[in-house]
Design a protein around this ligand. Structure first.
Ligand code: GTP
Ligand code: MG
Length: 296
């Protein structure tokens, strides 16, 4: 009997901010690779999550939500979306229940002829009649979609069917990555992101958006990980808010991040944090390079 063909390709998950792209990446890969918060513009990078199967290797790409860029950081984020779509063998456009068709997003996606799946996420918020109506709506706006379906990335509902649809339309190709690789991201990156997640969860208004985290030291000892992080904000007043009264906020952020890091790495973690000011870093090319958003 002929051997089953091996399927492999890049699947770009794109959509507006906050629709659940990172939740879907983590759900499909079964690991916590990308941070999730209720705030828009949580994801700032292009993050690969690789699903390895006996006869397939699916390379999912999580991307920042599509927005009109307002400053250099946004431009870098939209460049990640562009390259992700350019690299894709298949595109999953993720939308949420109340969302309306956006011609600018359609133009972006229609530049590629690869198969497109429209997935209506957060279907747990819809009744069956509403779901049927939304499916019709998106079929009407994306007649070229190979499939329009409802899912819930948070509960996992229908995500297996999404995976089957992806596999059906993925090309036959030998694996691009090693057979045990999970992501292209370093442990340092994942650690910085987990700390950034806590900042998004506990601070409001501009502070999370003005914050960047870098890991300055990541040392593995026998049964312990020693991690030092620098948290950058844009103004001295934000530094005060982040540290909190008698250091209480910084302590809370650090302790929650540490618990998650211990669960992720399966080791005891010692996490040290320092807060610094980098004026207007979101608009400064040199800072964006330092923080890894731009190539040298
Ligand atoms: N009710 C419901 N909420 C969901 C579902 N999937 C994700 N969410 C919530 O939607 C919010 C945004 O999820 P993310 O995965 O961070 O969304 P994103 O598209 O990656 O957002 P950005 O990175 O900001 O573009 C979080 O509060 C999730 O818990 C779902 O299936 N149902
Ligand atoms: Mg995200």
């Amino acid at each position: 009997m002929a051997e089953k063909a091996f399927k492999c390709g890049y699947v770009s998950i794109v959509g507006r901010p906050n629709v659940g792209k990172s939740t879907l990446l983590n759900r499909l890969v079964g690991e916590r690779l990308s941070i999730i918060t209720p705030k828009a513009q949580t994801t700032r990078h292009r993050i690969l999550g690789i699903l390895q199967g006996e006869n397939h290797q699916i390379i999912f790409i999580d991307t920042p939500g599509i927005i009109e860029p307002k400053y250099a950081l946004h431009e870098a984020m939209m460049n990640y979306v562009r390259t992700s779509v350019e690299d894709a063998d298949l595109i999953v456009l993720l939308v949420e229940p109340e969302e309306e068709f956006d011609g600018a997003i359609a133009d972006r996606l229609n530049r590629r002829e690869v198969p497109l799946i429209v997935a209506i996420n957060k279907s747990d918020l819809l009744n069956p009649a509403q779901t049927a109506e939304k499916i019709k709506y998106w079929q009407h706006h994306y007649p070229r979609a190979v499939q329009v379906m409802d899912i819930s990335a948070a509960s996992g509902s229908n995500c297996h069917n999404l995976l089957l649809a992806i596999l059906e339309h993925l090309p036959e190709h030998p694996p691009y990555f090693e057979r045990d690789e999970l992501t292209d991201r370093s442990e340092r990156f994942l650690a910085a992101e987990l700390l950034r997640e806590k900042i998004f969860l506990h601070l409001s208004q501009e502070v999370p958006y003005s914050t960047e985290v870098t890991i300055t030291s990541f040392k593995e000892e026998d049964n312990l990980l020693r991690i030092s992080a620098e948290i950058y904000v844009e103004r001295p007043s934000q530094k005060g808010i982040l540290i909190g009264k008698n250091g209480s906020m910084l302590k809370k952020l650090g302790s929650e991040a540490r618990k998650d890091l211990e669960a992720f790495f399966g080791k005891k973690v010692f996490l040290e944090t320092h807060v610094k000011v980098a004026e207007n870093w979101r608009r400064e090319k040199a800072r964006l390079k330092q923080f890894g958003y731009l190539e040298d």
